[in-house]
Ligand binder design. Structure first.
Ligand code: DI6
Ligand code: FE
Length: 340
């Protein structure tokens, strides 16, 4: 068999569907030809290769498939370190939001940032994820809450994809918070009648997300946003049931959402709805950790109903200020018991 690069003496996580667990091969070999894998498996059963240089000895290190971070808010300006301190002193996320901090504070910093600044602040965050083996990333807008800034963020997301060798999907999260001083329903009108049509027309995003919480949008408002998104041929996904059970999981399922994310307060009926709709449950243990939450997502019910689960960083300046998917995976094991 022809190969131009060979890695040997590696531990492989093949995730092969027909094997138990992660499909681990303890002494594995990977061979590639013209950028494609031509062999991946036991070193002892590998065929003879021609054309390759001396094999690279991995000395027992892991080789895994490229990691996917399917929920991030990487593009924003400023930081919210001071709010972390306020929370340590006892203030809740909701109290800080009601006092004009939280998402609104990042919105102020992001509106004031130029396209160049946004890109410069976001690139190191992207690079940190890439250094860990992430090859596919979803990035949401949502720190503009007005068209010029939302458009600037979505354009920055597309620029990041051009800067690095990585697959990036963009999600329009105009329904992240109600802009300061605006009426929520009027803002939803603008989302449905102006912003979502523009997103679709200029192909600035692949999906539409919304934040369904008492500090953000009601189920009825999210339904309007999702109806507009579907009319314009965009996928939908939802920040659901993170801080309270507002029926977010069932709502996401009604619109055949690709994912429902967080789900700490989702009940059994919500889990059943996700299973029927084929919606993926995205668990975000870093937000759970940074908010010092105690309500665990219904992992056992998700397993029982065979809902596909994914772990993501939720990388954002407020509730998940981290750029490590490996740490999020570790937290999923330690905090959510997703350990096997
Ligand atoms: N993802 C979000 O978008 C919100 N929470 C979460 O887990 C708010 C993020 C923020 O506070 O900026
Ligand atoms: Fe999020």
């Amino acid at each position: 068999m022809h190969a131009d690069r060979i890695w040997r003496n590696a531990r492989l996580a093949t995730l092969a569907g027909d094997t138990a667990g992660m499909g681990i091969v303890e002494r594995g070999l990977v061979a590639a030809c013209d950028g494609r894998i031509v062999y991946c498996g036991e070193e002892s059963q590998a065929p003879q290769f021609t054309g390759a240089d001396e094999p690279i000895d991995c000395e027992g290190r892991w080789i895994t498939p490229g990691l996917i971070d399917c929920h991030t808010h990487l593009v924003y300006a400023g930081n919210r370190a001071a709010e972390f301190e306020q929370r340590l002193a006892g203030a809740s996320y909701e109290q800080i939001a009601h006092a004009g901090g939280g998402i609104a504070s990042t919105v102020r910093a992001t509106r004031a940032a130029s396209a160049g600044q946004l890109l410069a602040e976001s690139l190191p965050r992207l690079d940190a994820l890439l250094a860990e083996g992430v090859t596919t990333i979803e990035i949401k807008s949502g720190y503009g809450l007005e068209w010029p800034t939302e458009q600037r963020i979505l354009t920055a997301i597309r620029s990041l994809a051009a800067e690095r060798s990585v697959s990036i999907t963009a999600t329009f999260l105009g329904a992240h918070a109600v802009p300061a001083g605006q009426d929520a329903d009027r803002y939803v009108d603008a989302l449905c009648n102006e912003m979502i049509p523009s997103v679709a027309q200029h192909r600035l995003a692949d999906a539409v997300d919304a934040y369904c919480e008492t500090v953000a949008f009601s189920g009825l408002q999210v339904e309007r946003v999702f109806t507009a998104a579907r009319q314009h041929g965009l996928l939908v996904k939802l920040h659901a049931d993170q801080l309270a059970n507002l029926g977010g999981a069932a709502l996401a399922a009604r619109f055949a959402a690709v994912s429902a994310d967080h789900l700490e307060y989702t009940d059994e009926a919500g889990v059943v709805a996700l299973a029927r709709a084929g919606t993926t449950a995205v668990l975000l243990p870093a937000a759970f950790y940074f908010l010092r939450q105690t309500q665990l997502p219904p992992v056992e019910a998700l397993r029982r109903h065979a809902v596909p689960m994914a772990i993501a960083t939720d990388s954002n300046p407020g509730t998940a200020p981290l750029t490590s998917l490996l740490l999020a995976m570790n937290m999923a094991a330690t905090l959510f018991r997703l350990d096997g």
